[in-house]
Design a binder for this molecule. Sequence first.
Ligand code: G1P
Length: 295
Amino acid sequence: MNSVRKVVIPVAGLGTRFLPASKAVPKEMLPVVDKPAVQYNVEEAASVGITDVLMVTGRNKEAIENHFDAMPELNANLAAKGDEARIALAAESENLAQIHFVRQGEALGLGHAVLCAKGHVGNEPFVVMLGDDLIDARDPVLEQMIAIREQHGGSVLCLMEVPQDQVYLYGCAAVEPADSPDVVRVTGLVEKPPPGEEPSNLIVIGRYLLDPKVFEVLERTEPGRGGEIQLTDALHELIDIDPQDGGGVHAVVFDGRRYDTGDKLSYLQANVMLALDNDELGGSFREWLKSYLSE
Ligand code: G1P
């Protein structure tokens, strides 16, 4: 048992970068190889024992609820055929976690989505996971983040180095060294800095371990970049709050495998990389891809 029990996954976004695919299907339900993207997130949380999942959802997202629910008709149909293997596949998503839902109502920004989780989370540390980022199951980072919080308290981010010309697409952190090479103390945060104004080439990726103090800060956070209530702005404020009072921000610098599924090109790349590694499909997919590319 670890000290963190709850994860919040914001899924209310309209997914406009995936139109037309995301017109009637939530982008979180688009398959990556053989299962919906959002199932990877829930599996990642469950792999470290976090099985209380709150999805911050919106209109037209019922497919996500259905995916994590039991499907007696489908089971009956498969049972009649004696197809136990497919019954097990369909059930995978049902037994991973207890999934709860809260509606965001209006898309006022990531900070606002996280604030919608306040009632469910209460006064305990919690993880926020952004569905666009898939972390390879072979490079688990949540456990490391939990260990950093146990040592330093406060909140813990996950940073990655990217080329300088990519920084403007993300939240960016200024840092100083902490006690071990891949742990840093965060000294500043800025959401999507304009080119030339980046404090570093370390970007914030979609894994956060937050102290519940963040709710109090979010309640007074004004709209920032893009007119949205930014989680990054609230975290920037947490830096200067006393650690005794839930403040302080550390981070792990992650160098494992991360797949961005946030736009069409990176989504395709994620599919190819994960398909090549897939136990069932990888071998024949690799053979086919090689011969296809050599033609
Ligand atoms: C959000 C955060 C940003 C973070 C990014 C990670 O941005 O606001 O700080 O770097 O996720 O994927 P979005 O991708 O929603 O624009």
